[in-house]
Design a protein around this ligand. Structure first.
Ligand code: SF4
Ligand code: SF4
Length: 420
């Protein structure tokens, strides 16, 4: 079977009635283009969301519609060729963060993000995944982490965090209420997040645990569009939850991991009967229930602080108000919104696996420039966020451009302001 046939077969397999109706509904108005940060930042017409689903549309029309078949027969449309697929791989993996902002503006209500995910699924089956992303996925498959956190590295890091921040990190506690699953980004790049979340949960008197079996919340199979690996990586988390008999899985500062576990898992596999929640909402609930108290105005003297909305935690996950409520306590006089914000906020540019692909750097930095400009416009001295992947993108961008603001994880800001 040719590469093209493999990809098309996957598109067709994925093109159920829902996708077909979405494709039929598109009027080619082009309104989605201006919503896409990659298109806005570069002006490249190939980055328009409607173009990113063009491959599925052509496959669908040529396989299923009389008009599509006739257009090919009459030479008005060409059958999809192997040579074209490589170009599409670059577009959908290197210039789409699966943020789904385009769907917000589409007058026909077309869910472009999930359809672009289908394009990735076809390209994944055809073996047309960017090398950097493929390598990260393989690492997660083989050693349990795309960032090189093997079992022993994970143990060393956890032990070091416990010593360095003098914090209790319970491991494999049978019958704990809450299983906390960090991402490799936190384990390897932002270990202070681990200490911060532990400090908050310990202060609240939460019965929580880490798990050796469920030690990676990131899902690079999901980024790739590889369903088999997506399920394998989710299964590792769910097996850990089942083994320990927890009531809930607490996803830490990772947006795509939350999206995958919270919204996608139940549609593709057997999910244990546990609550799946995100630390953004959970921390606010702890404050609301009086289980932790925060120093009012703790950050008011540090200059303007703003909040970056992570696509998968805020727009997709709905945790829009909780971070703002926290910031109204921590910095009632210094908190300022960037524009656009909340559901309308633009992506940082590094999500969806884009930050892992070196060849995507030019457009990734262009998008960061837009975000940086939004923060600079309000004189921000700190940009806070609840997603470590966004934080990695911001940290990298700050190193490159040296803007007058620093980057902070929300959990850490909360932990630093806990009333002892
Ligand atoms: S905004 Fe919606 S209808 Fe218009 S081109 Fe984009 S996907 Fe099609
Ligand atoms: S999902 Fe986001 S990055 Fe992808 S095309 Fe839509 S707006 Fe652009």
């Amino acid at each position: 079977m040719t590469t093209t046939q493999t990809a098309i077969n996957t598109f067709v397999h994925e093109t159920g009635a829902w996708v077909a109706s979405q494709l039929e509904a598109c009027t080619r108005c082009g309104m989605c283009a201006e919503a896409c940060h990659f298109y806005q930042a570069t002006g490249n017409p190939e980055y328009a969301p409607v173009w990113k689903i063009e491959l599925v549309r052509r496959a669908y029309e040529q396989r299923f519609t009389l008009g599509g078949k006739m257009r090919v027969a009459m030479g008005l449309d060409k059958p999809i060729r192997d040579e074209e697929l490589g170009a599409w791989s670059k577009i959908v993996y290197e210039a789409c963060t699966m943020c789904n902002k385009c769907a917000l503006v589409c007058p026909m209500g077309i869910q472009l993000g999930p359809i672009i995910h289908n394009v990735r699924a076809g390209l994944s089956d055809a073996g047309l995944v960017p090398e950097d992303l493929k390598a990260a996925v393989q690492k997660q498959k083989e050693i349990g982490s795309p960032l090189g956190a093997t079992d022993s590295v994970y143990d060393q890091r956890i032990e070091w965090v416990a010593d360095e921040w003098e914090v209790d990190l319970p491991m494999d506690v049978q019958g704990a209420d809450t299983l906390v699953v960090f991402s490799s980004i936190e384990v390897m790049k932002f270990p202070e997040n681990i200490a911060a979340i532990a400090k908050i949960l310990n202060k609240a008197g939460e019965k929580w645990t880490l798990s050796h079996k469920a030690r990676e919340v990131v899902n690079f199979g999901f980024y790739e569009g590889n369903e088999e690996l997506t399920k394998l990586f989710m299964k590792r988390v769910f097996d850990g939850a089942r083994e320990l008999g927890v009531k809930r899985i607490l996803v830490t500062e990772c947006g795509h991991a939350y999206d995958a576990l919270r919204w996608t898992a139940a549609n593709i596999m057997d999910v244990p009967d546990v609550e799946i929640t995100h630390v953004a909402g959970y921390i606010w609930n702890l404050v609301g229930a009086g289980r932790i108290k925060l120093k009012q105005g703790a950050l008011d003297d540090k200059g303007v602080i703003t909040f970056h909305d992570a696509c998968k935690i805020q727009r997709r996950g709905g945790h829009i108000d909780e971070p703002r409520e926290l910031l109204k306590i921590l910095a009632p006089n210094a908190f300022k919104e960037m524009t656009p914000n909340k559901e309308q906020a633009i992506c940082c540019g590094g999500g969806g696996g884009v930050i892992a692909i070196k060849e995507a750097d030019p457009q990734r930095y262009k998008v960061f420039e837009m975000k940086m400009e939004q923060a600079n416009r309000i004189g921000a001295k700190t940009v806070a966020m609840f997603c470590s992947n966004c934080r990695l993108q911001f940290t990298d961008g700050v190193q490159k451009y040296n803007p007058p603001f620093k980057v902070a994880g929300m959990s850490q800001l909360v932990a630093d302001a806990l009333v002892e």
